[in-house]
Design a protein around this ligand. Structure first.
Ligand code: SF4
Ligand code: SF4
Length: 480
């Protein structure tokens, strides 16, 4: 029947022809890239676990405080009012990803992504420890699998809590962890769900994240070009592939290493080591595929084979399609690698300018809930407000308040000056008082001047409200 699925075509490297999951247990291929990736991976894990415990001006270097909508990056806190800064930062990040991908392909996936790093350098080693390495005899013992899962759970719990610390801070997290779940039901639920998701991801879902879930992989086709650095199989050198022994016998030779260079057969001996070591289960010899996470395991595997058969390393190597496949020189300078950095530089300059010229405080005046105004015996009107000050200076700062440009009668503000800690927001209740006669329309504007000791001054307008003034108005007449 036309259009029926063909079971012989592999649609996904992690699916069997019958649609069931093809579980991957990639072999470890020791080599120079694995050593370097391990060093980078464990360093990043150490950073990830340490950062929430460090403090810069009293705050962690990275704190994405969703509850208070404050986002701190190395001493700079962005607030919901910093829309322009957020926009500039996000655009710079996205364009930097485009730029790095255009230059170095999916280097992030293989070398920096937590998904790859945890899976390859934490969870898979635990699996090999308990169950044995793929391709070797499995370790015996019914206890091994449960022990592996318990270890996964403990590691997931630790990593999940570290992850949550980036959003709530270690102090809050410690309270959640040491308190009863009934005291912090939401915190407990967040911890439980994050641990479960970590466990589900690294014990079960694994490479599927890269293959079917991660949007970054899907965008590769638009972010890469033929000059981008990727991991490539040198088809010209490797093909036609085949076992060397058979070729050697056919030519009457006995040694793999002395096969003449000019023979018709390519360097690939079709040992499939590059396939069995691939964590996403693909064959790099089929060309660039979106499943390839640039982990370089196939390079290490193939280099070891080339060493064995006495051929030069690099049958699979880092290189651009232009260089390896087309035989041309890779071009670093090309439109996209020049336009991206130009725009990124502009965005970061704008970000720095806006950040440096940002007001050192953000003031807001909120009407208090409940009774919006009160009438006093003498006919004057009082409005209760909350004055909120966000201190963006790096030191404790005292703020004072006064009323200015008062028309239509004397207005008073009651509320002492107060000190706000760096990068904190503090709200204090205050009373604004004005004669009832200054409300002929039931409302009037007043200006509150906020000053700090370092010379910052901000005039904030506020609209006071009251009943429409009648010349005979007193509290009694109003009540009556
Ligand atoms: S590891 Fe190298 S020699 Fe072996 S199949 Fe892969 S490309 Fe060919
Ligand atoms: S093809 Fe090579 S670089 Fe790509 S994911 Fe597989 S082993 Fe890693």
């Amino acid at each position: 029947m036309s259009g029926a699925p063909n079971p012989d075509i592999q649609v996904l490297s992690t699916l069997n022809a019958d649609g069931s999951r093809r579980w991957l247990k990639p072999k470890v291929s020791p080599g120079r890239f694995l050593n370097r990736r391990r060093a980078v991976g464990y360093t990043l894990i150490a950073f990830f676990c340490t950062i929430p415990h460090l403090r810069i001006m009293g705050k962690p270097p990275i704190l994405l405080d969703l509850m208070h909508r404050e986002f701190t990056f190395f001493g700079v806190t962005l607030y919901p009012t910093d829309t322009l800064l957020f926009a500039l930062l996000m655009l710079s990040v996205f364009l930097s990803v485009f730029f790095l991908t255009a230059l170095f392909g999916r280097v992030w996936c293989g070398w920096g992504c937590p998904q790859t790093i945890y899976l390859e350098f934490v969870y898979r080693p635990i699996e090999r420890f308990f169950e044995g390495a793929p391709g070797r005899k499995a370790k015996q013992g019914a206890w091994r699998k449960p022990a592996k899962l318990v270890t996964y759970l403990l590691v997931s719990f630790f990593l999940a809590n570290t992850f949550i610390a980036y959003f709530v801070g270690t102090d809050n997290l410690f309270k959640w962890m040491t308190g009863s779940p009934f005291t912090h039901p939401v915190g407990f639920l967040v911890m439980a769900i994050t641990t479960f998701l970590m466990m589900f991801d690294f014990a079960f879902f694994r490479e599927q994240v890269c293959i079917v879930a991660c949007p970054y992989g899907r965008f590769q086709s638009v972010m890469l070009d033929r000059n981008s650095l990727i991991i490539t199989y040198d088809e010209k050198r490797g093909e036609p592939r085949g076992k060397k022994k058979r070729a050697a016998k056919a030519e009457g030779d006995v040694s793999l290493k002395v096969l003449p260079d000019e023979q018709a057969q390519g360097d690939c001996i079709d040992c499939k080591m590059c396939v069995t070591t691939c964590p996403t289960g693909i064959d790099i010899r089929d060309g660039l595929q979106l499943e390839c996470v640039n982990c370089a395991q196939c390079i290490d595997a193939c280099d070891a084979i080339m060493d064995k058969i006495g051929r030069p390393r690099g049958l699979i190597r880092y290189g651009s399609q232009a260089a390896v496949i087309d035989g041309k020189k890779s071009r670093i300078l090309r439109p996209r690698t020049m336009i991206y950095p130009t725009i990124i530089t502009g965005l970061l300059s704008a970000f720095t300018f806006v950040l440096l010229t940002r007001a050192p405080a953000y003031i807001s005046i909120l009407r208090q809930r409940g009774a919006p105004f009160a009438l006093l015996e003498d006919g004057s009107v009082v409005n209760a407000v909350t004055v909120k000050v966000q201190n963006r200076r790096p030191e404790d700062t005292e703020y004072a308040f006064e009323l200015v440009d008062v028309d239509g009668g004397v207005v008073e503000i009651s509320g002492e000056a107060f000190v706000v800690e760096p990068q904190e927001t503090l709200g204090r209740p205050m009373l604004l008082k004005a004669p009832g006669s200054s409300f002929p329309t039931g409302e009037r504007d007043v200006t509150i001047r906020v000053t700090d000791e370092a010379g910052y001054t901000k005039d904030v307008k506020y609209r006071m409200i009251a009943p429409v003034y009648k010349p005979t108005q007193t509290k009694e007449s109003s009540d009556g």
